[in-house]
Design a binder for this molecule. Structure first.
Ligand code: HEC
Length: 107
């Protein structure tokens, strides 16, 4: 045997730990996952650069804006974006973005 059995059981234990642990992706808050769709125009985590910095805004203001854009007749880009989400998803996005530190990178 190339390795002492103690080493082998340690290796087996490590593999078990890796396989048994929750995948990293499952630990990402759902609001953050959903808000990743906003990054192409508002920057990663809404921190810019891009249109309107979303990071650190009040959750209720963000949610209110998103609901308004979702419900009003389609005029601009955001009205289409907002329609892609349920109200519950918009709430998760708004709650998440409100927890992010603003960067001052956006216009
Ligand atoms: C394709 C580009 C694009 C994407 C993707 C996008 N936005 Fe926007 N967003 C804009 C633009 C452009 C504006 C500013 C002009 C406007 O309101 O249409 C804006 C403005 C906003 C505003 C401010 C609205 C106001 O009343 O001033 C909020 C809030 C917002 N976006 C949230 C989001 C969220 C949350 C997402 C992801 C779910 C998202 N945006 C995805 C382009 C985008």
């Amino acid at each position: 045997m190339p390795f002492p059995s103690k080493t082998i059981s340690l290796i087996a234990l490590s593999i078990g730990t890796v396989l048994g642990s929750t995948p990293a992706v499952a630990q990402v808050p759902p609001g953050r996952m959903l808000a990743s769709q906003c990054a192409q125009c508002h920057g990663t985590n809404g921190q810019g650069p891009g249109f309107e910095e979303l990071a650190g805004k009040s959750a209720n203001d963000l949610y209110g804006d998103l609901r308004e854009m979702k419900l009003r007749p389609v005029e601009g880009i955001m009205d289409r974006q907002a329609r892609g989400y349920t109200d519950q998803q918009l709430r998760l996005i708004a709650d998440y973005l409100s927890t992010v530190t603003p960067s001052g990178n956006a216009d």
